[in-house]
Design a protein around this ligand. Sequence first.
Ligand SMILES: [Zn+2]
Length: 123
Amino acid sequence: MDEARANKATCFTGSYYGMNVCFGGRDSVLRARGGTTWGNTFYSASKSDPRLQPLAFRNLMAHEGVHYRQWEMYGPDFMSLYLTAQANESYPILQGFGREGCYNRFEREANLRGYNVYGCSIR
Ligand SMILES: [Zn+2]
């Protein structure tokens, strides 16, 4: 959350699976695509308060809450495990299709247990 505050983001906590949520401020790699969960903080890509779209936000947080549990399970190794999965499981299949979130094992789990943010066919 310090990184977000340094980028002038607004952060809040609430009943979002125990996570912090940050939005707005300067662009950051963590805010690419829909946003990124890093540890216990979700960095939303939204420029405005994501709570203004409550249904979409609740669904997104159900998905991101699974990523938070993955962080808890794997600890600091999680990001390298995630990126390795992304490289091995997504890239060869999906070059050019932009639906990598359907194949990475960590995204598949979040789609299945949380919310299917990418509209993937669930397997
Ligand atoms: Zn995800």
